[in-house]
Ligand binder design. Structure first.
Ligand SMILES: [Zn+2]
Length: 379
């Protein structure tokens, strides 16, 4: 085996005649040193890998404590037990029906997903508000006793012309019959919410599988949260500023750019660790706080909207739900106060999940009001 000195000598002979030998010597020494360091790191990783494999063999399908977890899964030391670690894909899938510390994290968002799927189906299947429009039409225009007309829109229209002069029907009412409000911003929000809730459930169910899958799923989860925040802005901004497209572009462009920045930042694996919990919460909250600007603007623009107070109540409820949820997420209360007591049920992440679903539902309520308003009052 050649000594480092002789190795250096050989390289010196090969590489230089003209170069300053002192500089070269120091370069080579540092190169040798760093390659030795690299070897150390590789052997450490190798050792870790074998250790993980050993763990895999020994602990199939048994729940383990925080101390026994592989390093990549150590996130919340206040949850002491009932962990799954390095489970196969199939075992993780079926663990949706068994008790461990992620069961309620999976189910809270799975139920939320199913709820939003149901709401989407109801809205997609509903004939685009023909029935609702006709009832508004009936209330506002029909003055004759001959109100007993068919609810078939063609018959209804022909019958009403007998008693109401068509010229009396305002232009906006005619618009309202033919053009219900654009629906895509509403479905963008529903789609974003479903993506977030489903990806979160999947993340909680399978992140115990392996380090690689854990990192990948955490990233998808963060992308899901960001998507939900961005898409939540679409219905209110689109419908409030429907008659003023410049503000639609400014606000929707602004929030989408912030979302893209957040996604790119969070895709760095180092920011997925527990240490950066508060930083992640700050990024998500700042997107939420961005909403204050269009909210104030919208309130001024819509001061005369009869639904103003109800919409504000819904949106304030949403903000309160999200902020309360974020507070639990960051502080890790209550498990911090009594480590081990809330492992299965009642820990902060489960509470956070429930508040996320409540916030999304409150926002859905406000969105329905925006839609009804734009169905009645076009632009
Ligand atoms: Zn979660």
């Amino acid at each position: 085996m050649s000594s480092p000195r002789s190795r250096i000598g050989v390289v010196l002979k090969r590489k230089t005649k003209k170069m300053d030998q002192t500089v070269l010597f120091s370069n080579i020494v540092s190169k040798n040193y760093s390659s030795e360091k690299e070897d150390d790191v590789v052997s450490l990783l190798d050792h870790d890998f074998h250790e993980t494999q050993e763990n895999n063999k020994g602990k199939r399908c048994g729940l383990v404590s925080f101390r026994e977890l592989p390093e990549y899964m150590k996130d919340n030391e206040f949850i002491v037990g009932y962990y799954r670690a390095n489970w196969s894909f199939k075992e993780a899938l079926f663990s949706v029906f068994s008790w461990h510390n992620e069961t309620l994290n999976v189910w809270t968002h799975l139920i939320g997903f199913l709820l939003f799927l149901g709401l989407t189906m109801v809205n997609v299947m509903k004939v685009p508000h023909v029935a609702d429009l006709l009832s508004i039409f009936t209330r506002s225009i029909l003055t004759s006793a001959e109100a007993n007309v068919s609810h078939n829109s063609k018959h209804f229209f022909l019958e009403t012309t007998k008693v109401v002069n068509l010229e009396q029907i305002s232009e906006s009412t005619m618009d309202m019959i033919t053009q219900p409000a654009t629906r895509w911003p509403f479905y963008v929000f529903l789609g974003g919410s479903m993506f977030c809730l489903l990806s979160s459930s999947i993340c909680h169910l399978f992140s115990c599988h392996s380090h690689n899958l854990n990192v990948l799923l955490l990233r998808i989860d963060y992308v899901g949260i960001t998507t939900m925040i961005i898409t939540s802005f679409f219905p209110p901004i689109y419908y409030i500023f429907q008659c003023d497209p410049l503000w639609q572009y400014v606000y929707l462009g602004g929030i989408t750019s912030m979302g893209m920045f957040t996604i790119m930042t969070l895709l760095s694996p180092s920011l997925s660790s527990g240490k950066f919990r508060a930083f992640r919460a700050l990024l998500f909250s700042s997107m939420g706080f961005f909403g204050i600007i269009p909210a104030i603007h919208a309130t001024i623009v819509n001061w005369d909207n009869p639904n103003r107070d109800t919409i504000l109540a819904y949106e304030s409820a949403m903000a309160l739900f999200y902020l309360t949820g974020t507070m639990f997420y960051v502080t890790r209360i209550p498990e911090r106060l009594k480590p081990g007591w809330f492992d299965l049920a009642g820990h902060s992440h489960q509470i956070f999940h429930v508040f996320v679903v409540l916030g999304a539902l409150a926002h859905y309520g406000a969105t329905i009001l925006f839609l009804e308003y734009r169905d009645r009052v076009g632009c």
